[in-house]
Design a binder for this molecule. Structure first.
Ligand SMILES: Cc1ncc(C[n+]2csc(CCOP(=O)(O)OP(=O)(O)O)c2C)c(N)n1
Ligand SMILES: [Mg+2]
Length: 961
């Protein structure tokens, strides 16, 4: 046993080393000083092993030492003893033993170098345009192995599965096959040992290839033929029509097929797909089973779902689709998410959808629902949203169990070459922020691409982490077919012009390897062409099935009614509110609550019991609590949302002795729905996109995203413009998402004052969402509840308060939230003033400035100026406002806002108010403006100036004549 252990330590040279050690043990000076050094450096345990195994067997032996006489010059690092070469066995042998040990060390270094950097030598580019990247670490010479060393056996202890010993030649051959063929693997940056080891074993044991059966290879070719023939057909039949063809990247299709098929075997039941323009039509047809007839009828100019064209509609390569596919008797639901042109913007949306679906299925292990994201090379390298979405991948509140990323790397972005579009060596470097393995693969080798797909889905399901396939390919035509690529990449396109298609390359390989005959390939091509021709004929009379937009989780939801009143039933019984209040203000017996928080909770409890003085955050908690008790989950995410940016929410209580978290809202009743509040990463677009995606897949939860300050929401502008604002109009996809945007002029400078209300108002049309600037806790309560207590869903953009969170007047009574109470779009005069007919001015406003106006009016005891609040700006409450204004027939009208004139609601409301006034026929014909003057910056940086401006505008608003 000990002999075995010593052989484990020293490999094939163990017997000789034992001999030396025995001598050393008797008299250290009897061995070469280098051996003295070597033995003395051994651990106690290692010395013991040697002592025991050497002791019993000690007797001079002749030992065949591996590599005797074959050490190359670079290996002989230490001058050998004078006896070297003179037949003195001990001295020569000792030297060579060391040389052999060095051989092993160096071979292992070489192997390790290939594991790290072998991808640099992989044959990834079908066009052969990427210059060879020789790297000294991949050259055996760098390790001292010269040409004559290549056939000497070296002990490598079964590394690479090559047995106990292997020659440099064998090692290099294995390394090249595994790491430098059609696949280049990057995985040594992964720090988790199990993940790294899994990838290593998965690729090294099989020289990084799958031995496909004949049937398997034929199927791969069939998929390639279908993909290629579809593109060719469209190219010829619809010359110059944009299709963003997959030509050159056809291996995507069998690879995706493999992800789905293998995924189904491993338990996947639902895949949410996000992808760009390139190859989308091919994916729709060959992955999502859209019929050729439907596609061709769209190319002929027909709209596939006429009833959806109520809105603006969208171009065909943006539309979503869904399908159920069978794989070996298992059904997998596929949904391709609709997306805008904005590349990569769909990524977080897809992730949010996946998370919602996992929640719905109680897929806690995250192995039934999975995201598959496809990317272009330029977009993947360039768009910041890629990093934002990747960053979500292992966060508790956003985790989806890993995404498979597939980059269709055609080595160009529109007209821009990679050297101009990224600084790193690959377009996939960004994925290393989550330590994802990256499989680069040559798209001209479809089997390699399918093999990578298989590894990817196995890895995803085993480790629940992201993985990337980067398929090097090319784009046969210009960016959108009618585009001329020779203007900008003449050499590349000359090469492409001469390059056989993927189908040709792979069919040739299979014919050469006698897997099939040329006539079989011709048959496949003819078969696909025939199907396309038949579909083309049938397309003229094609009628699409009715769309299924409002099925599944959306069953029971309708499109929004046109009538103005859409309050929903939002009030709840007073006693229930009190009950929720009790739950909100208590903690478990042994919970070590922060003393200040304890005091606040006690105060809050008293106010709820008394039924008055309910502040903003309490109203919010009551609204959440009521929904949870009714079975509606609530999900709120944003930066620091648990506590609240303004220390107002405290929805997560922290035990002061052990930092345990306690969420009162999750402890209201045993059968309540779940409250999820998440402190988000410091991202706007990524997180907002995610929550929007969640809301798309789950209409029966209240989903909210909160900006730290509304000012920062424009970091997510593409998500707001392209999805939230226009998603229903473009794709008939509803969302009940709430955006909480802290807004208000309080002297905090240009970036902590304005959520840019004006922008949301400018984007308002076609009943696309609701924009509110609410002033009372009760109205907030109802606004939140009506999001999920009506039969339709619309996003809610809400300006939320900052200082008002603690304002003595910004409070509500509990009965304002009770049964029969509801949301008010316009709030009428609060105080008792002169008779309506004696009112000389009506000040209309929205949001926080109301409290400034009210305080000043009360201070100055003005009783002939009424103040009305427009709580909902869009849809604009024409009738409700008319009803209020009718009372003040003799008054002039002022619109007062604290935002600059080019901002806030002014430009949106003035014509609308004019319309209301026109219908009333009173004294006022139009409102006049009171507020800050036009300004490029949203707010001043000086508190003093702010206060002066604020006082002035309040003064002007209240001064008549
Ligand atoms: C965010 C964004 N910026 C710019 C564009 C315009 N655009 C459309 S395609 C394209 C090139 C994309 O290159 P790549 O990601 O490599 O995909 P490919 O077309 O090569 O498949 C550009 C710049 C866009 N669609 N989205
Ligand atoms: Mg590209």
């Amino acid at each position: 046993m000990h002999a075995e252990r010593s052989s484990f330590l020293f490999g094939a040279n163990s017997a000789y080393i034992e001999e030396l050690f025995a001598r050393y043990a008797e008299d250290p000076a009897s061995v070469d000083p280098s051996w003295q050094e070597f033995f003395s450096a051994l651990s106690g345990e290692q010395q013991a092993v040697l002592r025991e195994s050497a002791g019993a067997s000690w007797a001079p032996r002749t030992t065949r030492i591996i590599g005797v006489g074959e050490a190359g010059p670079a290996l002989a690092t230490r001058p050998v003893a004078a006896t070297n070469g003179k037949g003195n066995g001990a001295a020569i042998t000792a030297d060579h033993v060391r040389s052999a040990a060095l051989d092993s060390v160096r071979a292992l270094m070489l192997i390790r170098a290939y594991r790290i950097r072998g991808h640099l030598k992989a044959k990834l580019d079908p066009l052969g345009l990427v210059p060879d990247m020789p790297h000294p670490e991949l050259d055996p010479k760098s390790y001292g192995f010269v040409d004559t060393d290549w056939d000497r056996p070296i002990h490598i202890n079964n590394v690479l599965g090559l047995g106990d010993t292997a020659t440099v030649r064998q090692i290099m051959d294995r390394l090249h096959r595994t790491y430098c063929g059609s696949i280049g693997v990057e995985y040594m940056h992964i720090s988790a040992p199990d993940q790294k080891a899994w990838i290593q074993e998965r690729i090294e044991n099989v020289e990084n290839r799958t031995d496909f059966t004949v049937k398997g290879r034929q199927t791969i070719l069939e998929r390639i033929v279908e993909a290629e023939q579809l593109e060719k057909y469209l190219h010829v039949k619809f010359v110059g029509t944009k299709r963003f063809g997959l030509d050159g990247g056809e291996a995507l299709i069998p690879a995706v097929e493999q992800i789905l098929k293998r995924g189904a075997q491993l338990g996947i039941r639902d895949v949410v797909i996000g992808m760009p323009h390139r190859g989308r039509l091919n994916t729709l047809v060959h992955v999502l089973n859209k019929s050729y007839t439907a596609l061709l009828s769209e190319f002929q100019g027909r709209v596939s779902h006429p009833e959806e064209m109520r809105g603006s509609g969208d171009v065909k390569y943006h539309l979503g689709a869904s399908a159920d596919r069978e794989f070996d008797g298992t059904t997998v639901h596929l949904s391709l998410t609709a997306n805008p042109s904005h590349l990569e913007a769909v990524n977080p949306v897809v992730l949010g959808k996946v998370r919602a679906k996992q929640d719905q299925r109680h897929d806690v292990e995250r192995e039934q629902v999975m995201a598959l994201l496809m990317h272009g090379d330029a977009a993947f390298a360039g768009q910041g949203l890629v990093a934002e979405a990747l960053d979500l991948s292992d966060l508790k509140g956003y985790r989806t169990g890993g995404t498979i990323h597939f980059v269709v790397n055609n080595q160009i972005g529109f007209t821009t070459s990679p050297t101009y579009s990224r600084s790193g060596p690959y377009c996939t470097e960004v994925a290393k922020i989550v330590q994802a393995p990256i499989l680069h693969v040559n798209g001209d080798d479809p089997e390699a691409a399918v093999h990578c797909a298989r590894i990817a889905v196995e890895f995803r399901l085993r480790f629940k982490r992201d993985i990337v396939i980067d398929m090097f390919c090319y784009r046969r035509h210009g960016h959108n077919e009618s585009d001329e690529p020779m203007f900008t990449q003449p050499l590349m396109y000359k090469r492409i012009g001469e390059h056989p298609s993927v189908q040709e390359v792979y069919a040739r390989q299979l014919v050469d390897e006698k897997v099939l005959q040329e006539s079989d390939v011709d048959g496949m091509v003819a078969g696909v062409r025939r199907k396309l021709d038949e579909a083309f004929q049938a397309a003229g009379s094609f009628r699409a099935n009715k769309a299924d937009w409002l099925e599944g989780k959306w069953a029971g939801i309708t499109t929004a009614p046109h009538e103005e009143d859409r309050k929903g039933h939002t009030g709840i019984a007073l006693e229930s509110l009190r009950e929720i209040g009790r739950g909100l203000t208590q903690v478990p017996k042994d919970f070590d609550l922060n003393r200040k928080i304890a005091r606040q909770l006690a105060d809050k409890r008293k106010l709820i019991e008394r039924g008055e003085g309910i502040d903003w955050s309490t109203a919010e908690a009551l609204a959440f609590g009521a929904l949870l008790l009714e079975g509606t989950p609530v999900r709120l995410s944003g930066q620091d949302s648990g506590r609240g940016t303004f220390s107002q929410r405290h929805s997560v209580l922290i035990d002061q002795s052990n930092e345990q978290r306690y969420l009162p809202l999750n402890n209201l009743a045993p059968d309540q729905a779940q409250f999820e509040v998440i402190d988000s990463p410091l991202s706007e677009a990524g997180v907002l996109g995610f929550e929007y995606g969640y809301s798309l897949a789950e209409p029966n939860a209240l989903v909210l995203w909160e900006a730290q300050f509304g000012d920062f929401a424009n970091g997510a502008q593409a998500i707001i413009d392209q999805f939230i604002c226009s998603g229903e109009s473009k794709w008939f996809r509803m969302s009940g998402l709430v955006l909480l945007l802290p807004h208000g002029y309080e002297g905090q400078g240009p970036e902590h004052s304005s959520a840019r209300l004006e922008r949301y108002l400018q984007l308002s049309a076609d009943d696309n969402w609701q924009v509110c600037n609410i002033t009372t806790p009760a109205n907030y309560f109802h606004a939140l509840r009506r999001q999920v207590r009506r039969r339709f869903r619309k996003p809610l953009v809400l300006m939320t308060p900052k200082s008002l969170l603690r304002h003595k007047d910004c409070i509500s009574r509990l009965d304002e939230m009770a049964t029969n109470a509801s949301f008010h779009r316009v709030l009428s005069e609060l105080d008792t003033l002169k008779d309506d007919a004696a009112i000389r001015r009506v000040v209309l406003c929205s949001g926080k400035v109301f409290y400034d106006l009210l305080a000043e009016r009360r201070a100055r005891k003005i009783d002939d100026v009424a103040i009305l609040r427009v709580e909902q700006l869009y849809p604009f409450p024409f009738a409700a406002l008319g009803k209020e204004l009718r009372r003040y027939g003799n008054a002039e009208l002022v619109w007062c806002q604290e935002e600059p004139e080019n901002a806030g609601a002014w430009h949106f409301v003035d014509r609308r108010i004019e319309r209301v006034l026109g219908e009333l026929g009173g004294k006022a014909k139009r409102p006049s403006y009171v507020g800050r003057r036009e300004s490029a910056s949203p707010a001043t940086g000086s508190l003093k100036t702010h206060l002066k401006e604020q006082a002035e505008l309040v003064e002007r608003a209240l001064t008549v004549g």
